[in-house]
Design a protein around this ligand. Structure first.
Ligand code: AMP
Length: 113
């Protein structure tokens, strides 16, 4: 399969890992939009949140909790951070493997534009 994030999971494509366990992987974005910009992905291929079903409830909950831990590890848990899941074409998703962007280390404007 041609999924770039599946290739990162398998190690075929290298990544700057921040956290890894049997369910998820977190690695630094190649083109950071903030001093701290990490992508958190499930190891199993799931295209986006739009394709999530009841069978993913545990995994998605797990990811939220781990994101909080990763934010702490990055030192942005107290200052604040943003998590974003671009979904589908109009949502700005370019890699079609579910991922949360964790952005921190600077003030985040709202609305994002
Ligand atoms: P999105 O546009 O929300 O689908 O986000 C995809 C993100 O993946 C972008 O921010 C890219 O910079 C990032 N990206 C693409 N390829 C890689 C890679 N090989 N390693 C790290 N980040 C990547």
């Amino acid at each position: 399969m041609g999924c770039i994030f599946c290739k990162i999971v398998s190690g075929e494509i290298p990544s700057d890992k921040v956290y890894e366990d049997e369910k998820i992987l977190a690695f630094r974005d190649l083109n950071p939009e903030a001093p701290q910009h990490v992508l958190i992905i499930p190891k199993v291929h799931l295209t986006s949140i739009s394709e999530a079903t009841d069978e993913h409830i545990e995994l998605l909950g797990y990811m939220q909790i781990k994101i909080a831990e990763i934010a702490k590890k990055l030192g942005v848990d107290q200052s604040g951070f943003r998590i974003v899941a671009n979904t589908g074409d109009e949502g700005g998703q370019t890699v079609h493997h579910l991922h949360y962007h964790l952005l921190g280390g600077r003030f985040m404007q709202w609305p994002p534009g």
